[in-house]
Write a protein that binds this ligand. Structure first.
Ligand code: T4K
Length: 361
């Protein structure tokens, strides 16, 4: 085995020649952006591959969340999870809403639906859960609470392309799902993202917001901004999409192999997937203590293996950005969770080495 460094992830990339072949058309047309033919093709192909009504591709996953908030005209408090990447919360803040943190379920790592209602006030306008590491939230319980209180639901589905619930793409749930096509995600356009909805009028609005608020005559009819994806990025998405099934299957196998090899390790447990199917996009392990985590991390780093502490620290503790609200479960889990390397090019011998190091500590 080579001594190359092993990171938490590596982008899944189609063969370069296939990407270049798609780019040839971009060069010929000279259309680089502004809802070009490849962006439209990518949207159509994603809709049919994932069984979605409307997928509007955008320039990144953070903008997708902001666009969802804008399209639903939300102003007020948004109940979200502290166990996430900071982008969930910064998007809420950039849209001048206030994040209110709901603690998580210690097993699924998703927002605990039983804790939502106590946080609802007369200022609450929406719930924004995250399908953490692609693990489906309890979408039915969340929909019932939202309906009872007249709230919108936006899913931060940054990790969730490929996850399903009752056989449907997880992205079909909520008023809007906002996903990411970042380099580190299951399907990538280098940078990119998308807003998914089942509502045609809402989708048309999202497309206007993405493009400065223009209508088809270039009149300004919305408070829009620039959320466009370029043709060069869409080309990469189209090239990579051809390998989507292979990537998903490979991750599933590697995810299950980790479970087999690590389930006997003392003091270690895994994220619980209930009521749906994950896309196996991350492999988090939860230790008994931060001390145990640090010991494992140190041993892996010494072998040039670099897992990541997703998500650490818990976002409610970023006091330069948010007012602290206690979320003891998220704060506790954040300190003792580590995501192991998981990607298409991770070799069997490399995965064995990771498991051996963890097993022998
Ligand atoms: N909501 C949630 C729940 C999210 O997790 C995210 C993003 C968002 C919203 C916002 O979506 P975007 O606006 O990003 O589309 C990464 C990603 O930058 C970020 O997209 C992701 N979540 C977050 C969980 O992870 P870092 O700081 O860990 O990335 P970095 O550069 O350390 O990369 C991790 C490893 O991946 C590296 O060790 C090497 C490898 N890598 C990375 C890049 C960028 C490559 O091999 N090639 C690459 O091009 O944030």
């Amino acid at each position: 085995m080579s001594n190359k460094k092993i990171f938490v992830t590596q982008p899944s990339l189609a063969p370069l020649e296939e990407y270049v072949e798609i780019l040839r058309g971009v060069w010929e047309r000279g259309i680089l952006t502004h809802n070009g033919p490849l962006v439209q093709q990518l949207e159509k192909d994603l809709e049919s591959k994932l069984g979605l009504d409307y997928f509007t591709v955008v320039s990144n996953g953070t903008i997708a969340i902001q666009m969802a908030i804008k399209a639903l005209e939300l102003k007020g408090e948004i109940i979200t999870t502290p166990f996430t990447w900071v982008a969930t919360v910064s998007a809420i803040k950039w849209e001048e809403c206030t994040p209110v943190f709901c603690d998580i379920d210690p097993d699924t790592l998703n927002m605990d639906p039983a804790k939502i209602e106590a946080l609802i006030t007369d200022k609450t306008v929406a719930i924004m859960p995250v399908h953490v590491f692609g693990n489906p939230c309890d979408v039915e319980a969340i929909a019932a609470i939202a309906q009872k209180h007249g709230l919108k639901v936006i899913y931060d589905a940054a990790h969730a392309i490929g996850s399903t619930y009752k056989g449907n793409s997880l992205l079909t749930y909520g008023d809007i799902s906002a996903t990411s096509l970042h380099a580190t995600k299951l399907l990538n356009t280098a940078e990119g993202g998308g807003c998914i909805t089942t509502d045609a009028a809402l989708d048309a609005r999202l497309k206007r917001i993405r493009f400065f608020g223009h209508d088809e005559n270039k009149d300004i009819v919305e408070d829009g901004f620039n959320g466009k994806l370029t043709e060069v990025h869409a080309a990469l998405g189209l090239a990579n999409l051809k390998y989507y099934d292979e990537v998903l299957e490979d991750r599933k196998n590697k995810y299950q192999y980790y479970i087999e090899r690590l389930q006997e390790v003392e003091g270690v447990r895994f994220q619980e997937v209930k009521g749906g199917e994950t896309n196996y996009s991350y492999f988090p392990i939860i230790f008994e203590s931060e001390e145990q985590l640090l010991q494992v991390e140190k041993a892996l780093n010494a072998a040039d293996i670099f897992p990541r502490r997703y998500f650490y620290p818990s976002v409610n503790t970023y006091t330069k950005v948010v007012a602290y609200q206690a979320c003891p479960v998220s704060e506790d889990i954040s300190e003792r969770i580590l995501c192991l390397p998981l990607y298409l090019n991770l070799k069997e011998g490399e995965q064995d080495k990771i498991c051996e190091i963890i097993n022998t500590l």
